[in-house]
Design a protein around this ligand. Structure first.
Ligand code: CA
Ligand code: CA
Length: 201
């Protein structure tokens, strides 16, 4: 009598396999963000929550800086990914409002990468165009929990703020050793082998 391998495995092993497969992740929307820099146009709805709601909508944005004067950044918003991830890139939906290429989008930026202990473990710099379409910036960094998105410049110095309307990251859950899960897997394989041997005899 033939059995599929899966029916021979105890439920715990199937659960462990499922959890491992579930680790794969594509788009990572931060769970929260903070800034100690000024947010411009709060009265018009400018807010951090707008850029981490998973919904690219140019009418819901975050403007860092001031409403009058000139651009005097850098301004930083620090995103919390909610867990440690091995990152492969950054997605930015830049500029805001009803018009792109009007100078208020992020230009030069730096990503400061921190682990779960808030130790800086990497830095990535880039330059964004002043357009609405999603821009992707590839890099690799392991065990990143929070990212400081430091806006160094916008596209027109006479505009005193920089605006964008969504941000996300790509990557997979950081691989951490889980001795218990490995042991469970070994026990499961041993159990399956025992069943196979018993059935063969
Ligand atoms: Ca949004
Ligand atoms: Ca604009």
């Amino acid at each position: 009598m033939r059995n599929s391998g899966f029916t021979l495995l105890p439920a715990g092993v199937l659960l462990a396999v499922g959890l491992i497969q579930g680790v794969a992740a594509a788009d990572l929307t931060p769970i929260s963000g903070i800034t100690t820099d000024p947010i411009a146009y709060v009265s018009l709805g400018s807010a951090i929550a707008n850029v981490i709601d998973g919904n690219p909508d140019t009418s819901k944005w975050l403007a860092l800086g001031y409403e009058t004067g000139t651009f005097t950044g850098p301004y930083t918003v620090r995103f919390d990914l909610g867990a440690a991830y091995d990152l492969t890139g950054f997605n930015l939906w830049n500029n805001a409002g009803s018009m792109q290429n009007d100078g208020d989008g992020v230009k030069g930026f730096v990503l400061n990468l921190y682990d779960s202990s808030s130790q800086e473990i990497g830095v990535f710099g880039g330059e964004a165009t002043d357009t609405f379409a999603m821009q992707t910036f590839a890099f690799t960094a392991a065990n990143v929990r929070t990212v400081g998105f430091q806006i160094v410049s916008n596209h027109r110095v006479s505009t005193p703020y920089a605006a964008f309307y969504e941000a996300s990251f790509t990557g997979t859950a950081a691989v951490v050793p889980v001795p218990g899960a490995a042991l469970l897997g070994m026990l499961g394989l041993g159990y399956a082998g025992t069943r196979l041997r018993r059935q063969a005899s």
